[in-house]
Design a protein around this ligand. Structure first.
Ligand code: AKG
Ligand code: FE2
Length: 361
């Protein structure tokens, strides 16, 4: 297939990402209102793995200020942005276009290894936030803040809100999985959380368009749950259980959430860590700019994730793993170009979808 091909439209009525109002948990609802939300989450997590949430109560002003400083940063010249690069093993700061390959986080080798054209800026939880715990400073690394007016304050304000939403979600998950309400607290009280701000844009003439170029390669997210803010420019695609990719964009005011690998491991795949990717949205032969921000709630680095007793069923598909081991192998794939040998199940699904979907790339 020569050149870049178009993104497919969703076949009408066959796939949708459910919208769930979580206000009974954020605003105080009755036990029965909450039980309804938990049941909806269980259903969506089992069938799609991507959910739109409303009632999250992140103030619009926080989101507006956050996206404005994100834009201010990405508008800087490339050389200025590169001053904020960090070594691949430190998941912080600026990542230029084509410096990462998400499909290597799955052990799927793309033809041209580093072909994801998104650029990103990462901030995360620092070891100094928990002085009594002596957390490893390479994973809980210090943030670098770019010299952009108001950036640190606006990003930190959004980070705190996204973190609150992620913790609320784990409360809902506990109820949905018939666990004690505080079940996840002991796994997430110094959670290794990272906010990745993504910008998908190609400066004219800078990067050759070829058949391999992609916005962000197919991947599953690594942790417990991702809270994803995205603008409404198309590009994000989600793989359904039958192996078909579908365009997904958030409804007005909604945040997308998706479950990561650790939740799939915990639930023995009762809940799905859904494969997704970002295709370049091409309008009149040029790539339309798109932005997103993924808040990854990954759990305590020293927590061990073993299949929940209620989900073992006929046997567990996964052996216990620590959050640190799992996230380390994933990041070595995406950021340092070392193909992840542990993601055989996900890689197999991607290859199957590639074979089945040759006409729909
Ligand atoms: O840009 C998007 O909508 C998705 C981003 C994403 O999947 C990620 O950062 O892990
Ligand atoms: Fe993702």
């Amino acid at each position: 297939m020569g050149g870049m091909s178009a993104v497919i439209d969703n076949p009408a009525g066959t796939f949708s990402v459910p919208i769930i109002d979580i206000s009974p948990y954020t605003g105080g609802g009755s036990a029965s209102d909450r039980a309804v939300v938990a049941a909806q989450i269980d259903d969506a997590a089992s069938s799609v793995g991507f959910i739109q949430i409303v009632g999250h109560e992140i103030p619009i002003a926080v989101i507006d200020e956050f996206t404005a400083v994100m834009d201010d940063f990405f508008e800087l010249p490339l050389e200025a942005k590169k001053a904020y690069r960090t070594p691949p093993e430190i998941n912080r700061g600026y990542a230029p276009p084509k410096s990462e390959s998400l499909s290597l986080s799955l052990g799927v080798e793309p033809a041209d290894r580093m072909n994801d054209f998104f650029e990103a800026y990462n901030v995360g939880v620092e070891a100094t936030a928990y002085p009594e715990l002596e957390l490893p400073e390479d994973q809980y690394a210090s943030n670098t803040w770019p010299a952009v007016d108001h950036f640190e304050a606006a990003v930190s304000a959004y980070f705190a809100e996204a973190s609150r939403v992620a913790h609320t979600l784990t409360r809902i998950f506990a109820e949905a999985l018939d666990l004690p309400p505080d079940f996840f607290d002991g796994y997430t009280d110094h959670s290794l959380d990272v906010l990745r701000m993504n910008n998908y844009a190609l400066p004219p003439g800078e990067i050759e368009l070829d058949g391999e170029l992609t916005g962000m390669g197919e991947h599953t997210d690594y942790g417990i749950v991702t809270v994803l803010w995205a603008d409404q420019v198309r590009g994000l695609q989600v793989l359904d259980r039958e192996g078909t990719w579908h365009d997904v964009a958030p409804a007005d005011g909604a945040l997308l959430i998706n479950l990561g690998d650790l939740m799939a491991r915990w639930t023995n795949e009762r809940w799905m860590s859904t494969l997704h990717r970002v295709k370049p949205p091409i309008v009149d032969g040029t790539i339309e700019r798109r932005r997103s921000a993924a808040f990854f709630h990954d759990g305590n680095i020293d927590a061990t994730i073993s299949t929940l007793p209620s989900c073992v069923g006929a046997g567990s598909r996964y052996s216990p793993i620590t959050v640190g081991e799992h996230i380390g192998a994933k990041l070595a794939g995406s950021r340092a170009g070392q193909s992840n040998p542990y993601a055989r199940r996900e890689a197999q699904r991607v290859r199957q979808a590639m074979r089945r979907g040759l006409g729909q790339q």
